[in-house]
Design a binder for this molecule. Structure first.
Ligand code: NAD
Ligand code: 89V
Length: 339
């Protein structure tokens, strides 16, 4: 599969390492409006074909799929360009800044008949995957309560300065992953209530969010996120999970420690992710999931099946983000059927 990468910034380095590790994939062209980033990534990964505009990249063509690793404001235009040129696309999260754009992007790809996947990678982390499998395999019976929690004081702004500048911050950037994990575990959501706070005075958006979700399955879950939590051990970027089921409980605690308690006793499993040769702590669980999700994209295209985190699937995660902001701003419970 020949791939072109659009956006050669901070996170795209991980995409490039992962593409290089996947059999049968060749990144044949790259694109960035910033010539310095273009040169840096092109030289580091040995890609000779470089373009400063997506229009020039598509005009030259020669690839089957495009990897869109730019920030959200550019996603709709780039995804629609990919649909017009009849190539498959994998697009970074947040998929879009609003539901109108997201629905238009999904619709463009339905017409094109190509694969559109969202690079929603947290549910692909190996520890999270194991928790999803345990729940889906009935290890604790039928779940009735869940909590998915991400609380950290890690300085994300040094690597990603734009995160300090947006009107929206933690729900749109990080909460979106945690809400997606809750969906993967407990299914779709009917109602959501949220509160938000900004603790760090040096950023524009909210850095704390607490959300209460009612799932179609009957599960009630709490999704809580904070970048204002200073504690040791610093758990960035781990998502911690608690689930109560009618025959047992499951906990994913700091240090990737899984505990399963059922009538048969208690079991502890170390789910520490591997540190890939190009990865570095503490980002290694995210970096590992980049490889897994990109492999899934390639496999789904080869097998002609829909990806788990397809554009259409991601509409339902994005709707939770929108519902959370609406709930927090209007101090009310939001019915997801109204979005
Ligand atoms: P970044 O700003 O470092 O990189 C974006 C790059 O895209 C820049 O080099 C910029 O010049 C380029 N660009 C912007 N508009 C362009 C256009 N129209 N055509 C070509 N190039 C263009 O951002 P980043 O931190 O790498 O984040 C990129 C995306 O990845 C964001 O959506 C972010 O949320 C996401 N992200 C995901 C994870 C994860 O774990 N899933 C982690 C970090 C970032
Ligand atoms: O995953 C992300 O989107 C990143 C981070 C983990 C820092 O929130 O922006």
């Amino acid at each position: 599969m020949k791939i072109a990468l659009i956006g050669c910034g901070f996170f795209a380095v991980n995409h490039m390492h992962a593409w290089q590790q996947i059999d049968g994939v060749d990144v044949v062209a790259i694109c960035d409006t910033d010539p310095e980033r273009l040169a840096l990534i092109g030289d580091q990964f040995g890609v000779a074909t470089r373009h400063e505009t997506a229009e020039a990249l598509f005009a030259e063509g020669g690839f089957d799929a495009v990897d869109i690793a730019t920030t959200v404001s550019t996603h709709r235009a780039l995804v629609e360009l990919a649909a017009r040129h009849q190539v498959h696309a994998i697009c970074q999260k947040p998929f879009a800044s609003n539901m109108t754009d997201a629905r238009a992007m999904v619709s463009a790809f339905e017409s094109a008949g190509k694969t559109l996947m969202v690079h929603e990678n947290f549910r692909w982390q190996s520890a999270i995957r194991r928790v999803i499998d345990e729940v889906r395999n009935g290890a604790i019976g039928t779940p009735f309560f869940g909590r998915v929690s991400f609380r950290s004081g890690y300085d994300v702004f040094s690597g990603q300065p734009y995160l300090a500048e947006g009107e929206r911050f933690i729900i749109e950037d990080l909460g979106i992953h945690i809400l997606d994990i809750a969906r993967a575990l407990f299914g779709d959501v009917t109602r959501l209530a949220a509160t938000t706070r900004r603790i760090n005075p040096d950023i524009r958006g909210e850095d704390v969010a607490t959300m209460l979700l009612t799932h179609d399955s009957g599960v009630t879950s709490v999704v809580d996120c904070s970048y204002a939590t200073r504690r040791l051990p610093e758990t960035f970027p781990e998502s911690l999970i608690e689930i109560d089921g009618d025959t047992g409980t499951l906990r994913l605690d700091a240090g990737y420690k899984l505990t399963l308690q059922t009538g048969d006793g208690s079991k502890e499993v170390d789910l520490s992710p591997p540190v890939l040769p190009w990865a570095s702590r503490p980002w290694h669980n995210i970096q590992e999931s980049v490889l897994t999700i990109q492999q899934h994209f390639v496999d789904c295209i080869a097998d002609q099946r829909a990806p788990e985190t397809s554009g259409a699937d991601n509409l339902r995660t994005l709707a939770l983000v929108e519902a959370a902001y609406l709930s927090a701003s209007e101090a009310r419970v939001v019915d997801l059927n109204t979005l």
